[in-house]
Design a binder for this molecule. Structure first.
Ligand SMILES: C[S@@+](CC[C@H](N)C(=O)[O-])C[C@H]1O[C@@H](n2cnc3c(N)ncnc32)[C@H](O)[C@@H]1O
Length: 260
């Protein structure tokens, strides 16, 4: 598992990452309305984390299934689903060896989780495995970081914070420049949470995690080579009207794939 220490703290993860959830779920719904067969309701969240998308979408009437390798995340989602009486089913799972029962109208893998697939073979096998559990014409939505400059590769830093009541979670996303391996196109990144709670401050360090740089044209080629998906569009943010483009200095690429 990756960034394991941070992912053992779902309560703080849920707070730190909640800021864009409505926008991302609106985007998922607009993709379903625009590109999926009518009546699409069964959704699969790959690397679901603390379940922020699943809870939001279940409240909108979708049937949610999620996988994540973190037992703490899974237990947190199960508790929340029980308390809120929502149709959310989760299990331990790994995107490198996707095993989930059921058929889905759409799947999504958000917030950089796709970059845990380190090799072309892993990406191709993953695309095939996702296609296997999608209904005909089903969608797969991905969102991952991309550099806006060549010299940025492996040196990006993001920082933000979220507060609820007396708890503030400050999230640092760091890439370690010395770890860049240009041959495998991988580098180490790390999540650090600074928790301010009841007058105390403490830090949770995820630990360096090797992730893959996926360039836009490479992604396009891998999707085409998979034979199982068509790349419908790539966007610079969670908005179907905002194409991925250098002009907008898109730092993430959000893609819509449709099962052939
Ligand atoms: C950055 S979080 C994103 C969580 C969620 N998708 C979101 O947007 O809030 C990454 C998640 O991926 C999970 N993860 C790590 N390695 C994974 C793997 N090999 N397969 C599936 N999920 C993985 C982590 O446990 C964590 O919950």
């Amino acid at each position: 598992m990756q960034n394991s220490e941070v992912y053992r703290h779902p309560k703080y993860y849920a707070l730190g990452y909640r800021w864009n959830t409505d926008v991302e779920c609106d985007f998922i719904e607009s993709c379903l309305k625009t590109y999926a067969p009518a009546g699409a309701k069964r959704l699969l969240d790959i690397g679901c984390g603390a379940g922020r998308h699943m809870f939001n979408l279940a409240q909108r009437g979708y049937q949610m299934t999620g996988i994540d390798p973190s037992p703490e995340m899974i237990a947190y989602v199960q508790d929340g689903a029980k308390q809120l009486k929502l149709p959310v089913t989760v299990s331990i799972g790994d995107l490198r060896n996707l095993q989930v029962s059921g058929t889905f109208d759409a799947a999504y893998c958000f917030m950089d989780t796709f970059r845990f697939l380190l090799t072309n073979d892993e990406i191709r096998a993953h695309l095939q495995a996702v296609a296997n559990v999608l209904a005909p014409g089903g969608l797969y939505l991905t969102d991952f970081w991309v550099p806006t400059r060549w010299d940025q590769i492996g040196s990006e830093i993001h920082q933000w914070e979220q507060t609820e009541g007396t708890t503030t979670v400050r999230v640092f996303y760091l890439q370690h420049p010395d770890s860049v391996d240009p041959v495998t196109q991988t580098f180490e990144d790390e999540l650090v949470f600074e928790i301010h709670e009841g007058g105390d401050i403490r830090e949770i360090r995820g630990g360096p995690t090797r992730t893959r740089l996926i360039l836009p044209l490479e992604f396009q080629s891998l999707v085409e080579a998979s034979g199982v998906f068509e790349l419908v569009t790539s966007l610079g943010t969670f908005d179907l009207a905002a194409p991925f483009s250098h002009e907008s200095l898109s730092w993430r690429m959000v893609s819509v794939l449709k099962k052939r």
